[in-house]
Ligand binder design. Structure first.
Ligand code: ADP
Ligand code: ZN
Ligand code: ZN
Length: 744
């Protein structure tokens, strides 16, 4: 019997650790969690293999403390997916594996769920409820397959039947899962395997609209391809009914007894979408997974996901165990939030494609403004391109887009007269407006008119943002850094020259709200940004907007995502100009997407929409395409530019980031790294430069860009180069590799 376990641990080291398995423990399945001694501490690790010899010598090995069988093993496909990420992103496998687990399962304290699960008792195994107790029978059948979390039973209105089973002694509530369940939950079912058992209870689904001709055409292409891997990009204008296509695909996948995973960019959208899915698929198990869930709920969702029918979640959900996975949908695939910006810097969209390939299931990417990465793959035929050019509700017209030239009209507190007039008119008609400004806080900085001091963050190369306290609140006004979290009270006088008369510089959403309240005193105004919105607040907001108790929504890009407000007929967009001439080569792509999305919020139902954009550069080509709603045209223009400049998606990039207490040290590290880089004709190594945000939280940041026309070449290059970085001495800089960086 092989008696040595190879264990992945959450360490920065790119290797596994060997431990001796005490006698009598037999085989340990790969993916199981174990507790092991590590240095002077204990760690939870993940078993990847079992052998009988170790280069270390069996007598020097330490013993496994115990196998954690109160929780499931990670299934084989997640182990494979993590291995892909470890190779592709050059990140330690153990760290990835443990990060895929919800926090509660990552530590060695016995797992106890927050809310109980309904589990079958021994008496329940052979029990036969009376023929009339159909619902109880269905629930009992469901329990024979797997325990059911209480929250799910409640959501399905099964509480009464659950109590009946408990009263009969056939089921019991439990906060821990029996080890056998843990094994059963995670077992891979072979492709085309048996159905997951069907809904607990069939209720009439909410009305399914007849598909539009475009939706029909899309489904005719997609449905026959559901059985195998392929990437399909649905490029559909806002309101074209992409969600309806996802729902029908999911329905078809459910009919085959398979599971669907739906990834969305924003936590805030989950409650809405979850409700929509529940109405559409009554009796089906819908699990949600995102970082906004409390630890206990997140753990519960993760444990329930192997047996759910549809998993809905944000980027971290891409690693959830789904043994019968049949479809992956990535909605708003262009959204930057799919890319994690620290630790494992993965793109959930790209990992979703890798997972689809590994599991041989189709991946559907959807967006009104696809990323140029995905769009170019569709143009060159690697992805299937499916286009929806019309809005689903035939009366819903795309809005007209007008520009207000800031060079020729007066601006008062960030607002022009035409903008204000449009707001007033919309208000008078009893319709709703949206005012978009991508800067939260009261003002982007505090300013001294006498010496030009502009509230610097003492720890970053950034300005402190002025935040006003709520009226009547006991908290004072504050200066806050949006990069490092530094906070300070408002100085009574200029710290540089002593001038007591400091001014708020520029506009933030808070100030805009104040201005609008003063100018349109009868309007009911709501602000939406990270300072005001908790995930739960969205449901309430949706109700307020639908119920007509709000006239004007003021907010940041949070507003732009996916909401469907039928009475919203005006979108006002203030101050976009920073992105038009930004050094970030993706700035115009992002701005275009954002403007299309915001514009998409206007005129969704039977009322025509209007979009007003204030800009000092009305001649910028971006606006020409925007006014024609011509994503494809602008995408082609941007792609031509990127091709000429050798930029992604025509090249692939990796960024080596370094942080140190001085810029000299950060740059010196990168120069050493560049000197160690193997010379290859197909790889360009650029010079080390300070990062655009050169200092954050007292650390100086620099970066080194590596680029190649070939992904394979770049991967081979970093595979050789990466281990050498570890050896650079002295270690004056902290470094990380960012593969396919989005933010520089
Ligand atoms: P997208 O995600 O493409 O922006 P949605 O899926 O939100 O669009 O659909 C926009 C609106 O059109 C929604 O109100 C939706 O209910 C409606 N809709 C979608 N498909 C149909 C259809 N086939 N018939 C009628 N209404 C539809
Ligand atoms: Zn001053
Ligand atoms: Zn700061």
């Amino acid at each position: 019997m092989p008696s040595i376990l190879q264990v992945a641990l959450d360490t920065p080291l790119h290797r596994l650790f060997d431990y001796r398995l005490p006698d009598g423990l037999g085989m340990v399945q790969p993916g199981r969690l174990v507790e092991v001694p590590f240095g002077r501490t204990r760690q939870v690790g993940l078993v990847l293999g079992q052998t009988d010899d170790s280069p270390i010598g069996a007598d020097k090995l330490r013993d496994v403390i115990r196998v954690l069988d109160d929780r499931p093993a990670l299934p084989p496909d997640i182990l494979r997916l993590a291995q892909f990420c470890a190779d592709y992103y050059r990140y330690p496998l153990g760290a990835i594996l443990l990060a895929t687990l919800p926090p509660r399962l990552r530590n060695s304290t016995p797992f106890v769920a927050d809310t109980p699960w309904l589990v079958l008792t021994e008496a329940g195994q052979g029990a036969e409820p009376g023929a009339r107790a159909k619902a109880q029978r269905a629930l009992l059948d469901a329990l024979r397959r797997t325990p059911q979390p209480r929250a799910e039973l409640r959501a399905q209105k099964q509480g009464r039947h659950a109590s009946a089973l408990v009263a009969a002694g056939w089921a019991a509530w439990s906060r821990t899962l029996p080890p056998t369940e843990n094994v059963r939950l995670m077992t891979d079912v072979p492709a085309g395997g048996t159905p997951g058992g069907g809904p607990l209870l069939r209720r009439a689904p909410s009305a399914t609209p007849a598909a539009t001709p475009e939706q029909q055409a899309a489904l005719e292409r997609l449905l026959p391809r559901l059985g195998q891997f392929g990437v399909h990009l649905i490029h559909g204008v806002t309101g074209s009914g992409k969600t309806e296509i996802y729902l029908r695909l999911i329905d078809a996948v459910l009919e085959c007894g398979r599971q669907s995973m739906v990834l969305i960019p924003e936590i805030a959208l989950t409650p809405q979408l979850e409700q929509h899915f529940r109405n559409r698929f009554p009796g089906r198990r819908i699990a949600t997974l995102h970082s906004g869930l409390a630890e206990g709920a997140r753990t519960g969702s993760w444990l329930a996901s192997p047996d759910c029918d549809v998993l809905l979640g944000t980027r971290l959900a891409v690693f959830a165990p789904l043994p019968q996975l049949g479809l992956i949908v990535v909605d708003e695939e262009h959204d930057a939030s799919f890319k994690q910006q620290d630790g494992l810097r993965y793109s959930a969209r790209d990992v979703a494609v890798a997972r689809g390939k590994q599991r041989n299931v189709p991946v559907v990417l959807g967006s009104a403004t696809p990323s140029l990465e995905s769009y170019s793959q569709a143009l060159n035929g690697r992805y299937q391109l499916i286009e929806l050019k019309q809005r689903a509700i035939s009366e819903a017209q795309l809005p007209t887009i007008e520009l207000v030239d800031l060079k020729h009209v007066a601006v008062d507190n960030g607002l022009t007269r035409p903008a204000l007039q449009a707001l007033a008119e919309t208000l008078a008609r009893g319709e709703q407006s949206l005012v978009f400004l991508n800067r939260r806080g009261y003002a982007p900085a505090l300013y001294c008119p006498s010496c030009a001091w502009v509230s610097p963050c003492p720890r970053c190369s950034a300005r402190l943002v002025l935040h006003r306290a709520k009226p009547h609140s006991s908290r004072p006004h504050q200066l806050k850094c949006h990069h490092c979290g530094f906070e300070a009270p408002i100085p009574a006088e200029c710290p540089s020259c002593g001038n007591p008369d400091l001014k708020a510089l520029g506009q933030g959403t808070q100030r805009l709200e104040e201005t609008l309240n003063a100018l349109l005193p009868t309007a009911r105004i709501r602000r939406i940004d990270r300072d005001t919105m908790q995930p739960r607040a969205w449901t309430e907001l949706g109700e307020a907007v639908h119920g007509g108790t709000v006239d004007i929504l003021v907010g940041t890009q949070m507003l732009a995502k996916g909401h469907d407000f039928p009475n919203m007929t005006l979108a006002l967009i203030l101050d976009t100009d920073g992105a038009l001439y930004s050094p970030d080569f993706r700035a115009t792509e992002r701005l275009f997407a954002q403007l299309m999305q915001v514009a998409g919020r206007a005129g969704r139902a039977d009322k025509p929409g209007r979009v007003l954009i204030q800009t000092a550069f009305p001649d910028h080509p971006l606006f020409r395409y925007l006014q024609r709603h011509d994503y494809a045209g602008y995408a082609r223009e941007l792609l031509a530019e990127r091709m000429q400049l050798d930029l992604p998606p025509f090249t692939r990039q990796v960024l080596l980031r370094a942080e140190a207490s001085t810029m000299t040290a950060a740059l010196a590290f990168l120069q050493r790294a560049a000197a160690l880089a193997p010379e290859r004709a197909d790889i360009s190594v650029f010079g080390a430069t300070p990062a655009p945000m050169a200092r954050v939280a007292n650390l100086e940041r620099a970066q080194l860009l590596i680029q190649s026309a070939s992904r394979q070449a770049l991967q081979a290059f970093i595979r050789g180069w990466h281990p050498q970085l570890d050896a650079i001495k002295p270690r004056v800089a902290r470094w990380s590799l960012d593969v396919d960086p989005l933010v520089f």
